[in-house]
Design a binder for this molecule. Sequence first.
Ligand code: CP
Length: 311
Amino acid sequence: MHAEVALKGRSFINALDFTPEEYEALFSLAEEIRTHPQDFTGACAGRVLATLFYEPSTRTRLSFEAAMLRLGGQVLSVADPQTSSVAKGESLADTIRTVAAYADLIVIRHPKEGAARLAAMYSPVPVINAGDGAREHPTQTLTDLYTIRTLKGRLSELAVAFCGDLRFGRTVHSLLRALSRYPGMRFFLISPEELRIPEFLREELSAQGITMEEREQMEEVLPFVDVLYMTRVQKERFLDEEEYLRLRDFYILTPDRLELLKKDAIVMHPLPRVTEIAYGVDADPRAVYFQQVRFGMYARMALILGILGVV
Ligand code: CP
């Protein structure tokens, strides 16, 4: 008997689409898969997952595809929209209705905010948002919560610092929203003025009574945090290349700065990394970002099983 996940037929567009209890059920299932992968081989035999990526990806697309293949299902993929009929001017609505005729579940990444929500409106099969512009990346949040839950043992009473591009970083937006539902959390936001969190998100969180301590210097915050969530400055969202280059190296986590962190803190990053974490940090046991990558595959296996109603 596996952990029960009651998500059959649901789309996953925003991090808040699932309750904390639904996330908890997914973590339990992901843990079962991680520890007993042989029990799930063939669970999705005869099912088809489609991945439609209108923006580049390594982890999200390949982890979903690896997840489906490890569950015994099949995968259809558009990794470059220029090789599909999008290049001939086909609308997202028509593309989705077409792909839904072939697949049981659609995973979509798109540069436009709201694109995944639109896709879900037209799709007769569930849709998973793999990132829509600078807005949301809920399956990264699923991965991040599962990583914190597993490595810190809880999702409450934690000090979490987000560092870097908090303006365009969709993983930050989704994770902040999700973590704000747990008790006893303390949030530090470390960014330059230009990359502070968007006003709509600040207002949304303030309206819930969430307080966030904003700083520009990472050194001021490092001694106090349990989780340090580093982010890349999102080059693809900048209109001005010079502005990007000026801000790109604003924060670099080096082995020297790592000395300021608590011994049991963890350093996370959704990846890809550019310059914001020095390679010299990777060997430190607190640097868990490649573990996070692996957790992401198990979390997505659980999500696929839950949405397809296989468990
Ligand atoms: N974390 C993440 O979304 O990575 P990719 O862009 O490689 O999918």
